[in-house]
Design a protein around this ligand. Structure first.
Ligand code: SDX
Length: 432
């Protein structure tokens, strides 16, 4: 067998074929099954795509055993320690860390795209006061294709660039408009003299009645959280963006599809679900009962913020965020945080439990992030919106990589059919 191929032979040995192997920079090789159906008349079968590579990508690498996460080759720990979110966004979009002048131009471009078309703002007059912010976010982002017609040509590099900068810049503004609707407060326009996260805090929490002083610690904490959420390989929402974009749909619609996928509690919706779970647990004496519920196969309850498709030990982001929790709570003068104490206790109980050890269930990125958002005064219903703000640059980077792939084609998986064999139509008066 060639070292660069696997030989596939059927059960009775009557037929075999070579499956070429492709090697990446690092990580598992992949078997190319592109000719399998044509030559053998069979499909592969991998519900949930547990062991299926959907594409080749140069953006992010994860090693689930070693707990490694790299953006364009840079370990996330180094970026978290030395970089900032817009510099990481440039890296993800363009593949290299920016020079000082490139970063200045990028910051300037993002700053100048933060305002929304006034017609889009009027959408918020139509939502119920208690509409979920993720419902508003996916709706308004999808509506951008009804406004920004100059960036709908996916084959135009300049249009793709303006789209990328525009959506990165406008997500916080749309998020702020949703928060203000829920709060019953007037919308606060963005300010170009503020940094990305300072602007977000200002739009979230400023009110016309009095001056608002930006908390620099909060701005730094959000910047770090956005770095940690920026990308994560072929996760559910990123794969959704790639799938939607592969049909040639406009990029705003592809991102809106990603936002909808992220909302699920098995994915980005988990950060909101963690806080609601901690509030449901209430106090440490109730932890064993909830851990038992999570272990009960007949009970749909799962320990939110635990487990991961790829990480089979600590999620490196959870480790950084847990350490951040201590620092942010202390700097915010919130050293007494029953929720954080409860989360730490729950983590200890779960990590010592045979079930969680056997199934390699560890805290993931969503387990601690909500505690920081809560400490910053961000409403629980906004937590997944915060995830979406960080992840948008990853979605855009993957959309761009997919749409500029010369070998790209529409994503269209096959299936194993388990429905009825062919049968003839029966007129309604002859049906029993
Ligand atoms: C994110 O993919 C990404 O990269 C996602 C993400 C990103 O940055 O984009 O990292 C962000 O989505 C993080 C995950 C947030 N979701 C949660 O915290 C929700 C709780 N977690 C589970 O729903 C689950 O762990 C998943 C969805 C995260 C992973 O599911 P998998 O890989 O499909 O694993 P599985 O459901 O097959 O679970 C394997 C076993 C099962 O038991 P058995 O059927 O083998 O008996 O572990 C059990 C599960 O029942 N299990 C859990 C559990 N997670 C898995 N049991 C209790 N509590 C849990 N949290």
């Amino acid at each position: 067998m060639s070292k660069d191929a696997y030989t596939l032979t059927n059960a009775d040995g009557s037929s075999s074929m070579e499956l070429p192997v492709h090697k990446g920079t690092v990580g598992p090789d992949v078997l190319d099954i592109g000719s399998l159906y044509r030559e053998q008349g069979v499909f592969t079968y991998d519900p949930g795509f547990v062991a299926t590579g959907s594409c080749s990508s140069a953006i992010t690498y994860i090693d689930g055993v070693k707990g490694v996460l790299m953006y364009r080759g840079y370990p996330v720990e180094q970026l978290a320690a030395h970089s900032n979110f817009l510099e990481v966004a440039f890296l993800l979009l363009y593949g290299e860390l920016p020079t000082a002048s490139q970063l200045e131009d990028f910051n300037e471009s993002i700053n100048r795209h933060t305002m929304l078309n006034e017609g889009m703002l009027r959408f918020f007059n139509g939502f119920r006061y208690d509409a979920h912010p993720m419902a508003m976010l996916s709706a308004v982002v999808g509506s951008m294709s009804a406004y920004y017609h100059d960036t709908m040509d996916i084959n135009n590099p300049e249009a793709r660039k303006v789209f990328a900068h525009r959506i990165l810049a406008k997500l916080p503004t749309i998020a702020a408009a949703a928060l203000k609707l829920n709060a019953g407060q007037p919308f606060i326009y963005p300010r170009n003299d503020l940094s990305y996260t300072e602007n977000l805090l200002h739009m979230f929490f400023a009110v016309p009645a009095e001056p608002y002083e930006i908390n620099k610690i909060a701005a730094q904490a959000l910047d770090l959280l956005f770095i940690l959420h920026a990308d994560h390989e072929q996760n559910c929402s990123t794969s959704t963006v790639r799938m939607a974009g592969s049909s040639g749909a406009n990029p705003y619609s592809a991102i809106a599809a990603g936002i909808s996928a992220l909302w699920g509690p098995a994915h980005g919706g988990a950060n909101e679900a963690v806080l609601r779970m901690l509030e449901q647990i209430g106090e440490a004496k109730n932890i064993p009962r909830f851990v038992d519920k999570a272990k009960d196969r007949d009970d749909p309850f799962r320990l939110m913020g635990f487990g991961h498709r790829v990480y089979k030990n600590f999620d490196p982001r959870a480790t950084i965020i847990r350490e951040m929790c201590h620092k942010v709570l202390k700097q915010m003068g919130r050293t007494n945080s029953p929720l954080f104490d409860l989360a730490l206790e729950l983590e200890q109980v779960a990590l010592k439990d045979e079930y969680f050890i056997e199934k390699n269930l560890y805290p993931n990125v969503d387990f601690y992030s909500g505690i920081i958002y809560r400490a910053l005064g961000i409403p629980t219903s906004m937590f997944t919106v915060m995830f979406a703000i960080g992840r948008t640059v990853g979605w855009v980077a993957h959309w761009k990589e997919m749409i500029t792939d010369p070998g790209g084609k529409i994503s269209r998986p096959r299936q194993l059919y388990t429905g009825p064999p062919q049968r003839d139509y029966v007129p309604v008066d002859q049906r029993s």
